[in-house]
Ligand binder design. Structure first.
Ligand SMILES: Cc1cc2nc3c(=O)[nH]c(=O)nc-3n(C[C@H](O)[C@H](O)[C@H](O)COP(=O)(O)OP(=O)(O)OC[C@H]3O[C@@H](n4cnc5c(N)ncnc54)[C@H](O)[C@@H]3O)c2cc1C
Length: 214
């Protein structure tokens, strides 16, 4: 079968190379690295992969540990340019954001409004998409994993279709894609329920061991 030539937009597909991740345990030579800047680019990538029988993997910041963002001879989709804050509704305390954004970007927008996300990792470097795909937990014992504060998201499936997903629409996909490590499609953007910012005090309890009994 004749393969489709790589689209001429050189800024969309960069040549493949050996890649690794934060853990540096695995590495692979990817066929190409795609850097979408729009939803149209995302659809082009999926169509190109389908026509050429290529597999796709998705990458945020690449801080996973064991190679979940790349495949030998696959297309690695680098999401970092799809990083817009789409809508902040201060009354409803909701945020809609593209998945290539990082918590650092989100925090800069939310902090002056005294709003925050209930659950995220301790550090701000991670992408929103990578955080959803891992269904991350934070340090707070008051809040469960991030899925509990996801209202809805949009996901690009292997068919090239973008679906609106929530607890009411495609509920199975809602539960599977959050924590699904990018295996069910590319999460394009998400709407998160926010909470009021609050001061958190750090405290430590030190337990002294009893002297050894003779
Ligand atoms: C120092 C350190 C501290 C950490 N602390 C915590 C912590 O406190 N709590 C916790 O839960 N985890 C923690 N982690 C794990 C981390 O949250 C996850 O590895 C997270 O996925 C990293 O985000 P990333 O943007 O680097 O994602 P990547 O490493 O780029 O991707 C991770 C996964 O998400 C998928 N993915 C990325 N973007 C999308 C998208 N748009 N759509 C669909 N799938 C996508 C990828 O395919 C891959 O499977 C920590 C990791 C490190 C290195």
């Amino acid at each position: 079968m004749e393969t489709m030539p790589t689209p001429t937009k050189t800024d969309l597909f960069q040549p493949g190379k050996v890649v690794t991740d934060w853990g540096r345990i695995k590495r692979a030579k990817v066929e190409s690295i795609a850097q979408p800047k729009s939803e149209e680019d995302l659809r082009t990538i999926v169509e190109h992969a389908r026509k050429n029988n290529l597999k796709i993997s998705v990458r945020g910041v690449g801080h996973n540990a064991v190679g979940q963002t790349f495949l030998e001879n696959g297309i690695m989709v680098d999401m970092m340019a799809l990083n817009q804050i789409i809508e902040l509704d201060e009354n409803k305390k909701t945020l809609r954001v593209q998945c290539g954004a990082t918590w650092e970007q989100v925090t800069k927008v939310l902090e002056p409004k005294r709003l925050g996300v209930s659950t995220k990792q301790e550090f701000d470097v991670f992408s929103i998409g990578g955080s959803l795909a891992a269904n991350v937990h934070g340090k707070s014992i008051d809040y469960p994993a991030i899925i509990s504060h996801v209202l809805s998201f949009r996901i690009l499936t292997a068919d090239g279709e973008i679906l609106n997903v929530s607890r009411e629409e495609h509920p199975d996909l809602f539960r599977a894609a959050i924590g699904g490590w990018g295996l069910l499609g590319i999460i394009v953007d998400v709407t998160l329920q926010l909470v009021d910012d609050r001061v958190v005090e750090k405290s430590e309890v030190v337990y002294m061991s009893s002297p050894a009994r003779s």
